[in-house]
Design a protein around this ligand. Structure first.
Ligand code: HEC
Length: 127
């Protein structure tokens, strides 16, 4: 191997190693980031259920049987909530963002389980 080739290899190796690492972790990352269709459907049922989420009584959502207008319509959610944690917090305890809100604190008051809150976030991000 001549000097140039060895030099090129030395420069390329860290880049190749980084690429290999990224490729290795990317399937796991996308699994964690993307909700399954079943998770989204479960979240839709929690949101629609008047004994649980009852979200449609206050929020307009395309295709929902109620057309609530107390809160803002839940649209283009992924763009408006790029950080999942912000949406989760809005559902778990909206008083953190607005102490005077009429939206129920679903986590803080034990209205929805953590599991159901997460499914609602999955559903919300699909809208
Ligand atoms: C009693 C009415 C009411 C119910 C029920 C309700 N919300 Fe809300 N929600 C509001 C109001 C009002 C706001 C406006 C922000 C505020 O008051 O702080 C809001 C804000 C939001 C926001 C922020 C929207 C934005 O554009 O910034 C999200 C997301 C949200 N609600 C999701 C939900 C979900 C999911 C449910 C059901 C689990 C739900 N809400 C149930 C009244 C309600």
């Amino acid at each position: 191997m001549n000097i140039d080739a060895r030099y090129a290899l030395k420069i390329m190796l860290p880049a190749l190693a980084t690429l290999a690492l990224l490729l290795a972790i990317s399937p796991a990352y996308s699994l964690a980031a993307e909700a399954s269709a079943a998770d989204i459907e479960e979240g839709r049922q929690v949101a629609a259920d008047r004994q649980r989420g009852n979200c449609y009584s206050c929020h307009h959502v395309a295709g929902a049987e109620l057309a609530g207008n107390v809160g803002p319509p839940l649209v283009v959610m992924k763009q408006r909530f790029p950080d999942r944690a912000v949406l989760y917090q809005q559902i778990a305890d909206p008083r953190i963002r607005n102490p005077d809100t009429v939206m129920p604190p679903y986590g803080a008051h034990g209205i929805l389980t953590e599991h159901d809150r997460n499914r609602d976030v999955d559903y919300g991000l699909s809208l």
